[in-house]
Design a protein around this ligand. Structure first.
Ligand code: ZN
Length: 188
């Protein structure tokens, strides 16, 4: 297993739709193991394959809720159905989201409160999960990655401008940038 470099906003792999996984084989299992290790090292609560430079429809997640229950899994070729997003402005205290491909920043973003995930696991079995709250947010965030969309692309004013400014200031927004958890120090 290995910790993989995480691509930063601007790399084309993050901004184009990923391809369906055609075969669950050892190569995919290794990728998923590396993705879990990378997510845990970052640390993060979710990671999509395009973030490690692989344009495939796979994401992993790992998040512990307030009752200390750990939710951890992998979604291959997922489908996601969500309840409508509130039209109220997002609450900066309760609805701020971050992304390992836009490291060190968090911005408020409204999401659908509930989600239904249908996906394939590493044994090739299709499963279904109905979730709400943060897990629903994580699934929406990771699913967006597979569509070539970052959460900063969804921000409302004034946060969209702020994110653009940060991207320029840090020299992101170009191809080929990445950071390696455990090696690169982030001012997160
Ligand atoms: Zn992300």
């Amino acid at each position: 297993m290995a910790v993989l470099p995480i691509r930063i906003s601007g790399d084309p792999v993050l901004h184009s739709p990923a391809r369906e996984v055609e075969q669950i084989d050892d190569e995919l299992r290794t990728l998923v193991a590396d993705m879990f290790e990378t997510m845990d090292a970052a640390p993060g609560v979710g990671l999509a394959a395009p973030q490690v430079g692989v344009p495939l429809r796979v994401f992993v997640y790992g998040w512990t809720d307030d009752d200390d229950v750990e939710h951890r899994g992998v979604a291959v070729n997922p489908e996601l159905f969500i309840t409508p997003t509130s039209t109220e402005p997002a609450d900066p205290d309760d609805e701020s989201e971050g992304c390992l491909s836009f490291p060190g920043e968090r911005f408020p973003l409204a999401r659908g409160a509930r989600a239904l995930l249908r996906a394939t696991d590493l044994e090739g079995a299709r499963y279904e999960l109905e979730v709400d709250g943060w897990l629903a947010r994580i699934f929406q965030h990771e699913f967006d990655h597979l569509e070539g969309r970052l959460y900063v692309d969804r921000l409302g004013r004034p946060f969209d401008r702020v994110a653009q400014k940060i991207e320029r200031k840090r020299g992101w927004g170009v191809a080929g940038l990445s950071w390696l958890p455990g090696r690169d120090d982030l001012d997160a």
